[in-house]
Design a binder for this molecule. Structure first.
Ligand code: G3I
Length: 413
């Protein structure tokens, strides 16, 4: 009975063409997950959900908005989880890793908190009540919680939020202590953007981790959001250096909201190639650093991204285009993961340059690191076996077959 069910599931798997496998490759490469955020309003898009529902492609979800303070406690002591539960329920039903986002944050914060007139003790009680209630609701379900989000501003100063104005930096350890008391078994993260440049803001967040620890509060991770710009993304080696600044403090790290936007759209084919290389460098840096546990992109498709409404004229920051076609960036991410998964990754000190052509639409070179050890019987699993410009083997070792991913990339699956 069990055996026939197993065979049936194998046959079903064989009958379903693999359309993507970023999560599976990430796990094979040593990460815990590859995932994405998802907003409630996007779950009705069948084409998007075909990608999301492929658990070989997406192995982790995070609610893009639903768990934020404004939604769960819009008025004091009135907690509501109707909106917040949608994505966690989806993740749980599919057995996906769930990242939970976010607790103490200056944005999407209801007016009663942001504009309240608080003493330090009162605001501490407000934070503690919020964290206790929300984390109790999700107890045991979240791999990680973004406990404090974006406490440093872009100049490297502490952000001018109600929390900092009233409490100084004490809101940091207070939040983490409250989180530990509410759920001792989830990873507690500090999460922020623009840490990737290793500047004054990065220094400030290193200080934040030290403040939290010095106060005897627990912190397990630092999330680097990774909201980056095509052509301005640091090299793989420099990104790895930043990750190691944090792992040296005894915490794990992850890219938690990765997107790499074009400053103007539509992007040219050379800009798409640059974007692909930037993506490869970010994902590659995570692979290079022990303690980097996963990569989360801030949306799978350019159809749904916060970028155009925030940065006028900018966009196309994600791995799939608005028609749900894989972009060169998807190929690059797939390749750098496959290279690590099959043991052909470059040493950590190198900068990944996966796509060398400036014309992605015609002559984009095969991602160099994709070439897995070939043999007379063809490419190994995950190896490249075709695509525009590809001159390597075009057959696969049994039982894998060469499957087209896009015009530039076919892969043994
Ligand atoms: O819920 C209302 C809806 O009722 C209304 O009809 C609609 C009209 O515009 O707005 C809806 O709220 C929007 C919300 O997303 C949900 O869609 C807000 O206007 C909009 O500002 C909000 O944007 C979110 C943004 O955080 C808010 O700061 C983005 O979707 C979300 O991607 C973005 O995510 C943040 C991370 O949480 C933290 N790091 C930065 C990242 C990008 O800004």
């Amino acid at each position: 009975m069990v055996k026939s069910a197993y065979i049936a599931s194998l046959l079903a798997a064989c009958a379903t063409p693999a359309v993507g496998q970023l999560h599976q490759l990430a796990v094979n490469a040593g990460l815990k997950y590859f995932g994405t955020c998802l907003d409630n309003s996007h779950t009705s898009d069948a084409a998007l959900m075909a990608i999301i529902n492929n658990s070989a492609e997406v192995g982790q979800l995070v609610p893009e908005n639903g768990q934020k303070w404004a939604y769960v406690q819009p008025t004091q002591n009135s907690f509501t989880y109707t909106t917040a539960d949608v994505i966690p329920n989806l993740a749980t039903s599919k057995n996906l890793v769930l990242r939970c986002h976010t607790l103490t944050w200056h944005s999407q914060l209801p007016n009663w908190v942001a504009n309240g007139s608080w003493t330090k003790a009162q605001l501490q009680a407000v934070i503690e009540a919020h964290i206790a209630n929300v984390m109790a609701h999700y107890k045991g379900k979240c791999y990680a919680w973004d406990v404090v989000n974006e406490a440093a501003d872009d100049s490297g100063a502490w952000r001018d939020s109600v929390f900092y104005r009233v409490m100084g930096t004490d809101f940091l350890p207070i939040s983490f202590k409250a989180a530990k008391a509410a759920d001792a078994n989830t990873k507690l993260y500090y999460n922020d953007y623009n840490l990737e440049y290793n500047g004054a803001k990065t220094d400030r967040v290193v200080e934040a981790v030290n403040i939290i620890k010095a106060a005897g509060a627990p912190i397990d991770g630092v999330g680097l959001q990774g909201h980056l710009i095509v052509g301005s993304t640091p090299s793989r080696a420099n990104l790895a250096t930043v990750l190691r600044r944090f792992t040296a403090l005894g915490v794990e790290v992850a890219y938690t909201e990765l997107d790499i936007r074009h400053s103007s759209v539509p992007a040219s084919s050379s800009a798409l190639t640059t974007q692909a290389n930037d993506y490869a460098n970010v994902v590659g840096s995570c692979l290079d650093v022990t303690g980097c546990v996963g990569v989360t992109v801030w949306g799978m498709s350019d159809k749904y991204s916060w970028v155009p409404s925030t940065f006028s004229g900018a966009g196309e920051a994600l791995l799939y285009d608005s028609n749900m076609n894989k972009k060169a960036a998807w190929t690059a991410v797939s390749s750098v993961l496959a290279a690590k998964a099959t043991g052909t990754a470059k040493p950590s000190s190198t900068t990944t340059t996966l796509v060398t052509s400036t014309k992605a639409t015609s002559t984009t070179a095969a991602p160099a690191t994709t070439t897995t050890a070939s043999s007379s019987t063809g490419q190994a699993r995950w190896g490249q076996c075709g695509g525009i410009g590809w001159t390597g083997p075009t057959t696969c070792q049994s039982p894998y077959t060469c499957q087209k991913q896009n015009d530039w990339y076919s892969q043994c699956l």
